[in-house]
Design a protein around this ligand. Structure first.
Ligand code: MG
Length: 163
């Protein structure tokens, strides 16, 4: 068992790893449709895009699905959101009553790596820590493919952000 990055956040006390599900945030739990325009032109405004996330509506179907999963399963939120979004993400999760156990997002110096590569590295770290993932929920087709390549079954959620 190896340590997790120190900037990842447990909802309560740290837990020993067990059977878990891996859940994306934007496009799976958070409805980011109202801020996609930050990414419309060729100079994508990622800072603006993530800074506006605090107002996102909750995607009810996925949130309810996660809530209804077996209570013994751990819910790991894996999002490529930048470290600067950590506090607003925690506030959003609390205000929308999302079920989660561990929030894994980018560290202060991890902004360069593309999301699929970053999530692959993070999946490896989470597995080394000891999580046994049963499946993932994800809306980015590149990441769905990466999970399959890493032998992680994945339910594709259609957000429409990648068309
Ligand atoms: Mg997403």
């Amino acid at each position: 068992m190896s340590d997790l990055p120190r900037h990842w956040v447990w909802r309560g006390e740290p837990q020993p790893p067990g059977e878990a599900v891996l859940v994306d945030v934007d496009g799976v739990l958070a409805d980011a449709a109202g801020r996609q325009w930050y990414l419309d032109d060729s100079r994508r405004d990622w800072l603006g895009f993530f800074a506006a996330a605090g107002e996102d509506p909750l995607l009810q179907a996925q949130a309810e699905l996660v809530r209804r999963l077996e209570s013994t399963l751990q819910v790991v939120l894996l999002t490529a959101r930048p470290f600067s979004s950590r506090e607003s993400t925690l506030s959003w999760l609390e205000s929308r009553n999302v079920r989660w156990d561990l929030l894994a997002l980018r560290g202060p110096r991890e902004t360069v790596v593309q999301a699929p590569a970053w999530k692959r590295m993070s999946l490896i770290k989470l597995r080394e820590f000891g999580f046994k993932f049963l499946f993932a929920l994800e809306d980015d087709p590149r990441i769905v493919k990466m999970y399959y390549d890493e032998d992680l079954p994945c339910v594709y959620i259609h957000s429409g952000y990648y068309e």
